[in-house]
Write a protein that binds this ligand. Structure first.
Ligand code: NCD
Length: 336
């Protein structure tokens, strides 16, 4: 694991850098556990900060020399490498255990998440955690003496991915206001819930769900949109979403590697229905201009031959994710 302040010589840093989060914000939230606790001003501030990092305009001094602990109890590629790349770009260092199952904080050794947080937060300035248990980040936050950032807890939430998704949707669409946004894939996923919380600030015209017949849309997710008077409707195949929507946020239809959703009667059939797979043929058949997003990893829900079509935004979404994660880390590292 890279653990160096990278190419950032302190001399190069512009110490008069932007202060994106005023102290009021820095102290308002100690941890980043749920997208429900991010307000609309913060979303804008994160996006503005990310844009500046992308443009190379801003090196903020608050993160230089700080240490981020990456605790990934559950598999990850983008989120973990993204946070690590963001830390390096900020002049911070990333530390952690490559394989948490080989640490003493695993189920076999029996060290609690609370004790793990109490220990690791004394070696670091912020903890980024991914865990298979819903509420794991909150449990760690209760005993951590430093900010805890939830990088995905079971089927519950993935708030930094939601910030990435909003940033990438705004980039592709210009604005989300009055746009029709579809969700493909398993609607019970943590990325869906977190994005729903942030989409309520963006005034989309409608939300279109495209679940296979065997999944329900979680009631709390529907309520998030209902309370904001955002219309939701359902379509039964992905071609309808391709024809009607401005953007589709896909996800796998089989997410059994996250474990089965606790409060659902439905067990993943571990397949992707043909009617829900996006292919170049379907895109061309309806002349779809829908932009395609995906937190990734994908299975069969978007055919690889879509990758070079103008609809494909998912790898651009990955590129943009680094700047949002820089913005998130910088906010929490600068605050303490
Ligand atoms: C998530 C993953 O890898 O588990 N993707 C991501 O963080 N970019 C998707 C998820 O949490 O469902």
């Amino acid at each position: 694991m890279a653990a160096v302040p990278g190419n950032s010589s302190r001399k190069e840093l512009r110490t008069a850098g932007h202060n994106f989060f005023r102290p009021r914000h820095a102290s308002a939230t100690t941890h980043l556990l749920s997208a429900n606790l991010i307000d609309s001003n913060e979303v804008d501030t994160y996006c503005r900060a990310a844009e500046s990092f992308e443009a190379g305009e801003t090196r903020t001094p608050g993160s230089v020399g700080k240490t981020v602990a990456l605790l990934f109890f559950q598999a990850s590629t983008r989120t973990r490498i993204g946070f690590e790349a963001a830390a390096v770009a900020l002049g911070a260092a990333a530390i952690g255990v490559d394989d948490m199952s080989a640490s003493r904080s695993n189920a076999r050794s029996g060290e609690t998440l609370e004790d793990c947080a109490a220990v690791v937060s004394r070696f670091s300035d912020a903890i980024v955690v991914r865990h298979h248990e819903s509420g794991a980040a909150a449990r760690m936050a209760a005993k951590s003496v430093k900010p805890v950032i939830n990088a995905g807890d079971g089927w519950n939430e993935h708030p930094t991915q939601a910030l990435v998704d909003i940033f990438a949707l705004r980039r592709g669409l210009g604005t989300i206001r009055d746009k029709s946004i579809a969700f493909g894939g398993d609607p019970r996923g943590r990325t869906v819930r977190s994005l729903a919380y942030l989409l309520r600030y963006e005034a989309p015209r409608e939300i279109v769900f495209c679940p296979p017949s065997y999944y329900d849309i979680p009631r709390d997710v529907l309520a998030i949109f209902g309370e904001s008077q955002i219309r939701c409707r359902m379509v039964s195949d992905i071609t309808s979403a391709l024809a009607d929507c401005d953007a589709i946020m896909m996800a796998p239809y089989d997410m059994s590697d996250i474990g089965e959703a606790a409060d659902s009667d439905y067990i993943s059939p571990k397949t992707t229905p043909e009617s829900h797979m996006i292919t170049p043929d379907k895109i061309e058949r309806v002349g779809s201009r829908a932009l395609l997003y995906h937190p990734l990893p994908r299975h069969e829900e978007i055919h690889p031959s879509c990758d070079d079509m103008p609809n494909a935004m998912y790898f651009e979404q990955v590129r943009l994710s680094k700047f949002i994660r820089m913005a998130v880390l910088d906010r929490f590292l600068s605050a303490n």
